[in-house]
Design a protein around this ligand. Structure first.
Ligand code: SF4
Ligand code: SF4
Length: 201
């Protein structure tokens, strides 16, 4: 993470990030570390520390926090929330941290590369479709356990999916992200680092 400077500190950071007051008891964090101890990402990525993220939010270190790769690691399994003794909804906090980061010009390099998956979901109802060989393998496995060979997404489901994307403004947001990219980016994921064009960010 970047080191913070005195002039960057913002005591109201947590109020700005959680501007709709969606995360109860945030100021009551005990810094007990149960969230970190039970996080599957932290288990395989020692630099990722939800307790530290909350500490940064409460102390008010925006540059250190928003400029960090760490805020893009959580995948919202909610294990931390399940075990937090004061019921802090960390996944909800993380969602807001990411919005706040993007609004302030941080983190685009982590988001833009995965925009193409969102566009695919918009068109096909699935974020990821394997290649021909992968599909054949999946079909055999599914037939082996007695379910439909391939989970087709119905036209009705696709239409509903698209309507939700459009009505919630997500499509506009995705297009705006595309325009912010000066050149096409491709995603790589090596040793726990998201990179573009093979470079670790
Ligand atoms: S488990 Fe809850 S109280 Fe403990 S450090 Fe994490 S957020 Fe704070
Ligand atoms: S929601 Fe995020 S921070 Fe919490 S346990 Fe899951 S991956 Fe870790």
């Amino acid at each position: 993470m970047s080191r913070e400077r005195d002039k960057d500190w913002d005591q109201d950071l947590y109020k700005k990030v959680d501007r709709y007051r969606l995360v109860e008891n945030l100021e009551q964090c005990l810094q007990c570390g149960k969230c970190t101890g039970n996080c599957p990402v932290a288990a395989i990525t020692p630099s990722y520390n939800p307790r530290q993220v909350i500490n940064d939010i409460l102390r008010g270190s925006p540059v250190r926090l928003l400029n960090s790769e760490e805020i893009w690691r959580c995948f919202w399994c909610a294990n931390c929330y399940r075990l937090c003794p004061v019921d802090i909804h960390y996944p909800m906090l993380m969602m807001q941290i990411r919005y706040y980061a993007l609004e302030n010009g941080y983190g685009l390099k982590y988001v833009v590369p995965i925009n193409k998956y969102a566009f695919r979901a918009l068109d096909e109802g699935l974020t990821f479709v394997p290649g021909r060989k992968g599909i054949e393998k999946i079909k055999k496995l599914r037939e082996g356990i007695g379910v439909d060979s391939w989970p087709e997404v119905s036209d009705k489901a696709k239409q509903e999916y698209r309507a939700i994307f459009e009505q919630t403004g997500v499509v506009d947001w995705m297009r705006a992200l595309e325009e912010k990219t000066e050149k096409p980016l491709s995603l790589s994921y090596l040793e726990g680092k998201i990179g573009t064009r093979g470079e670790a960010c």
